[in-house]
Design a protein around this ligand. Structure first.
Ligand code: SF4
Length: 395
């Protein structure tokens, strides 16, 4: 694959670990429990070799964020994780103050392991808590209990992690406002620096989707009440909402994820990982064996799923969809500086309908969603933006 080099310093690095101890009932991410654990070593070998092949491409860059996600990175033996981290550092000049995140499932780590990761430079831990209710955790097929979440956070603090995210989920079978309140209170009591919310969606092909008729789910109204309750409660506890689903204490916004929403460059490694680099988007096929074989000797193209140069009109569409996720919204002046186009003449009249309905707020000339707008943001954006028959954005 030929990429045009571009002089720039900042870059995000994402590494996908496609393994989990057990598949959760709702999950359609590319990950699976391996039959043979020898795959871990071969996989880490492949990712390290793959990163090395980008060494010259990345020479002009100094990554300021690294994110090891999945899957469950903490499924890997800790020696493999440490080898992976050394591999990242030998292929890229990671900035000294880089944000270095790792996802972690409770019940897959202990103090010693976390201490080793912290010493290796991981400085942000994202823990999948999801719920504090044991029945809800079971319905989701999670492998851990609330107690294990607490133990993991305690171990992480002892291991000197000062930047911890907790993932929480609403819309879970049998979840009530009361159990959601408990989850929020118990999460905040653990004093994380960052909280991410996920609205459970039934993804086709997952066990939860297949068995949905056996469960009772909160209705849309309750889900909306859960979302707005979280916004007001987290605000009262000092968490500033900066994105539709993300809340942080001041200074702890996730720098890596902000790159996605601000259309900044990042390189992803591993099957299903996406990249955006030099105005090109590409991703790798969802197959560990194909990935390993390709890295071992076949060309990059055989592992690539999509590869597209993003035309201006597509970049405009992406910019709007991603920027509107952020609470800072869209400033038409910045839009003009970026694309040389007048935001208000393109979208102003369509957005005005939603301004009148209380879904979009315009202040200081900037357009941003209100909490009600955020909850139905996909609907609003698909109405405001125009797409052709192939699903491409048109202006
Ligand atoms: S731990 Fe995360 S990636 Fe793994 S199956 Fe569960 S939700 Fe999916």
């Amino acid at each position: 694959m030929q990429l045009n080099r571009r002089q720039s310093k900042r870059l995000g690095i994402y590494i996908h670990i496609p393994f989990c101890r057990q598949k959760c009932a709702y999950c359609d991410f590319y990950s699976y429990p391996p039959h043979d654990e020898r795959i871990y070593e071969s996989y880490v070998d492949a990712v390290i070799s793959h990163m090395k092949s980008y060494k010259s491409v990345g020479a002009d860059y100094s990554p300021d964020t690294v994110y090891i996600g999945g899957g469950t990175p903490t499924c890997l033996p800790s020696d493999e994780v440490l080898r992976l981290i050394r591999g990242i550092r030998s292929s890229f000049r990671i900035q000294k103050d880089a944000e270095f995140s790792m996802e972690c499932n409770p019940a897959t780590v202990d103090y010693d392991t976390l201490r080793r990761y912290r010493r290796a430079g991981v400085n942000r831990l994202s823990i999948g808590m999801q719920s504090s209710n044991e029945g809800e955790l079971r319905a989701l097929g999670r492998i851990h209990t609330l107690r294990e979440v607490r133990d993991t956070v305690r171990a992480a603090r002892e291991a000197k992690f000062t930047n911890i995210n907790l993932d929480l989920m609403y819309g879970i079978p049998y979840q009530t406002m009361q159990s959601w309140d408990e989850t929020l209170h118990r999460a905040v009591a653990l004093k994380p620096e960052h909280i991410s919310l996920y609205n459970l969606k039934l993804e086709e092909g997952t066990p939860l989707y297949k068995n949905a008729s056996n469960y009772v789910f909160p209705d849309d109204e309750t889900e909306f009440a859960m979302y707005t309750r979280a916004i007001s409660y987290l605000a009262s506890c000092g968490y500033r909402q900066y994105e539709i689903s993300n809340f942080a204490r001041p200074g702890y916004e996730c720098r890596h994820n902000l790159k996605y929403w601000k259309c900044e460059e990042y390189l992803g490694f591993g099957p299903s990982a996406h990249s955006y680099f030099a105005d090109v988007r590409f991703s790798f096929k969802k197959s560990v064996s194909n990935y390993i074989k390709s890295v071992r000797g076949v060309t990059n193209d055989e592992m690539t799923d999509d590869y597209e140069q993003i035309p201006l009109r597509e970049r405009v569409g992406e910019y709007i969809m991603l920027r509107m996720r952020l609470c800072e919204g869209i400033d038409p002046r910045e839009f003009f500086r970026t694309f040389g186009k007048d935001f208000e003449s393109l979208f102003g009249s369509k957005l005005m309908r939603y301004v009148k309905g209380g879904f979009v707020d315009v202040s200081n000339g900037t357009y941003r969603f209100t909490p009600s707008g955020m909850f139905v943001s996909n609907y609003i954006l698909s109405d405001v933006l125009d797409f052709d028959a192939d699903g491409n954005f048109v202006i």
